[in-house]
Design a protein around this ligand. Structure first.
Ligand SMILES: [Cu+2]
Length: 194
């Protein structure tokens, strides 16, 4: 009677094992279970080891989830890095130099009728910009702040600019600056500094 009971227990354990779904183990169980009672102990031990694969799967899933999260974090960091190189371009108003030509033949009256003794006769610049007067005439001229009527104002004065030479002045203050040639009083010009 005792041997039959053990065999019955072994069968029932084997059936339970099959029911749980470990078919590849269940195949061995069904083959060995009917033999002796000893394999039954082995079979009851095997399901415990079979729970480990589940634990492994769970841990694998957790690791994958963790690695996926890490990758997402890396991607976010990369996106931030790509934004960093976009540096704001500073608009710098660097001082510039504007040229004015002392026209050929301006040593004789006539250029004032078309206002071309200094060309251009009116120049608009910004504070800290520089105006360079180039004497393209064959005679010497001056660029003197002020007007023929009121005389030199003293803000700037080139003194004589010989033929082919030039004179430049940097305007560090805003304002309207008239100038003229002290040798040829019909030569007048203006610099507007904003
Ligand atoms: Cu002159």
């Amino acid at each position: 009677m005792a041997g039959i009971d053990k065999a019955a227990i072994a069968f029932s354990i084997a059936i339970v094992a099959v029911g749980v779904g470990f078919a590849f183990y269940a195949g061995n169980v069904q083959g060995n279970a009917p033999a002796v009672s000893a394999p039954v102990i082995t079979k009851t031990a095997e399901p415990k080891t079979q729970t480990d694969p589940f634990a492994d799967i769970v841990s694998k899933v957790k690791k994958e989830a963790a690695s996926t999260t890490t990758e997402k974090n890396v991607e976010v960091k990369k996106e931030v890095k790509t934004e960093e190189p976009v540096a704001p371009v500073e608009k710098s108003t660097e001082p510039k130099t504007v040229s004015v030509t002392i026209s050929p033949g301006s040593s004789s009256p006539g250029c004032e009728t078309s206002n071309e003794c200094y060309s251009p006769s009116s120049t608009t610049i910004s504070v800290m910009d520089t105006v360079e007067w180039k004497n393209t005439d064959t005679a010497a001229h001056t660029v003197s702040s002020g007007s023929p009527a009121d005389g030199p104002s003293g803000t700037f004065d080139s003194s004589l600019i010989t033929a082919g030479s030039s004179f430049e002045h940097t305007f560090d203050q805003a304002g309207s600056f008239d100038y003229f040639c002290m040798v040829h009083p019909w030569m007048v010009g203006n610099v507007q500094v904003n």
